[in-house]
Design a protein around this ligand. Structure first.
Ligand code: UT7
Length: 325
């Protein structure tokens, strides 16, 4: 069976960097609080010309270059996002236009912070049907446009950016070995971002303005650890692989304390986790592909290494994917 392999990665970040010290001038917070509670030091904030689709296209150009492909070689574009600059058309269509990917069809997928791994899982299903397909899978967000900058509970946590992968089928024994996705919509009120202006009667009744990210941080924290632990154990079992065989784990980058709790539960060494939340904050669906591109360009992944991706986000949505690189 031909498996889905990653043949190119890329990432893009807005130019402007916002530090914890900058934030301390905007809301009642401190570098000490943010660093000790989250591990975040800086995050990138988008400006004009750095809309979600523009960041996504910039990341995609790098991924295509690495793959040795032209935009017209692409058959399909999926963007995992919940912060496209437009409700219609899809961000993926704007990316298609930006790249000139004239032979592809394009659509968005919203699974919040799990958007990239959901998209990658979907791409794999297409490639199983036709291994020659060349698919661009992107995670891109500009959450800074959807934050209440007066709310210290949320505005210190997030950042903007995009990451992209080009995937196709391969004859070898490499590629995606296992994946497991989950959702639990019954818990959505613990982490949500309504459309602006709110059309959700239920939320309006509760007196929420709805248009910014709202989060019950402590509850989300507990669910994130439990759910990612569950998803990781599931994919390892599915692929009959033991934890010590995994070379690199790229988790969704939300909070260093979540990752440390995950390490304690899984008994994986922390050194096997790729962590860059300190530089970028939580970039939602973009966090895994940005980290994957960084790890790839640093040469941390060699052929046949086992790579584990795992995410957790609003919905709730969560899951894990195991890849033989
Ligand atoms: O992608 C998945 C989505 N989200 C996440 O993964 C986030 C999961 N949750 C978390 O990471 C943590 O719950 C937070 C980092 C959001 C918060 O950490 P915490 O240890 O759970 O703090 P807390 O919410 O219990 O707040 C403790 C105190 C509160 O003050 P009081 O009520 O004890 O006086 C907050 O008002 O810290 C206060 N606080 C702040 N203080 C300074 C909340 N935000 C800040 C802030 N600066 N930015």
């Amino acid at each position: 069976m031909k498996r889905m392999v990653v043949i190119g990665t890329g990432s893009a970040l807005p130019e402007r960097v916002l530090s914890n010290e900058d934030l301390a001038k905007m809301v009642d917070t401190s570098d000490e609080w943010i660093t000790s509670r989250t591990g975040i030091k800086t995050r990138h904030i988008s400006g004009k010309g750095e809309e979600t689709s523009k960041l996504a296209a910039a990341a995609s150009r790098k991924a295509l270059e690495m793959a040795g492909l032209a935009p017209a070689d692409l058959d399909m574009i999926i963007v995992g996002t919940m912060t496209s600059e437009m409700s219609m058309p899809a961000c993926a269509c704007l990316v298609q236009k930006e790249l000139g990917a004239v032979n592809s069809f394009a659509f968005d997928l919203n699974a919040a912070c799990s958007g990239f791994i959901y998209s990658l899982d979907l791409a794999e299903k297409y490639i199983r049907a036709d291994a020659d397909l060349k698919i661009l899978v992107i995670g891109a967000e500009t959450l800074s446009t959807r934050l209440n900058w007066q709310d210290r509970n949320t505005c210190v946590l997030f950042g903007d950016g995009a990451g992209a992968c080009v995937v196709t089928g391969n004859d070898e024994n490499r590629g995606m070995l296992a994946s497991k996705l989950f959702s639990d919509g019954s818990l959505y009120k613990l982490l949500y971002m309504d459309s602006a202006p709110s059309m959700n009667r239920e939320l309006k009744r509760d007196g929420n303005d709805g248009s910014y990210i709202k989060m019950a941080g402590k509850d989300v924290f507990k669910h994130a650890v439990r759910c990612m632990d569950m998803a990781i154990c599931d994919v390892l079992e599915q692929a009959r692989v033991s934890a010590d065989q995994v070379k690199l784990i790229i988790p969704h980058q939300a909070n260093i304390r979540i990752l440390k709790s995950l390490v304690d539960r899984l008994k994986f060494p922390l050194e096997n986790f790729y962590i860059n939340v300190n530089k970028y904050g939580n970039t939602s669906a973009a966090s895994i592909p940005i980290a994957l591109d960084e790890a790839n360009r640093k040469g941390l992944l060699q052929a046949d290494d086992l790579l584990l991706l795992c995410a957790f986000g609003g919905g709730f949505t969560w899951g894990a994917i195991l890849i033989r690189w």
